[in-house]
Design a protein around this ligand. Structure first.
Ligand code: ZN
Length: 112
């Protein structure tokens, strides 16, 4: 009887996601799915947030304007004057949306 190799699987079977040369997913959507997969495996809770206008919105006052981005790296609010690195400002907006989404998602669990 021929010996079967149970551990031999194709690379597609062993990797649930299509990886680029660096081992990470090649597009943003796949990256989101990859992160969700890893979070579930690690038992880490995760919430999705809408990324729309997070780079144009002011994390201090909430004012949204394309002109808030003076350069690719610089954010200066045209309403309140708040200034910060554009990526840090966008990260603050994403974090605050995550906190809000978390409260909505898990408030019902806490009430039960
Ligand atoms: Zn502002």
């Amino acid at each position: 009887m021929p010996r079967k190799s149970a551990s031999r699987r194709s690379s597609q079977e062993s990797r649930p996601f299509r990886a680029g040369r660096n081992g990470f997913p090649t597009c943003a959507r796949t990256l989101g799915t990859f992160i969700a997969y890893k979070a579930i495996r690690a038992g880490v809770p995760m919430v999705h947030v809408d990324p729309a206008y997070t780079s144009q919105g002011c994390s201090a006052c909430g004012h949204i304007d394309k002109k808030n981005r003076t350069t690719q790296a610089t954010f200066v609010c045209t309403s309140c004057g708040f200034a910060e690195h554009a990526d840090v400002n966008a990260a603050r907006n994403i974090a605050s949306r995550g906190v809000a989404a978390w409260a909505v998602s898990y408030a019902a669990d806490d009430a039960a």
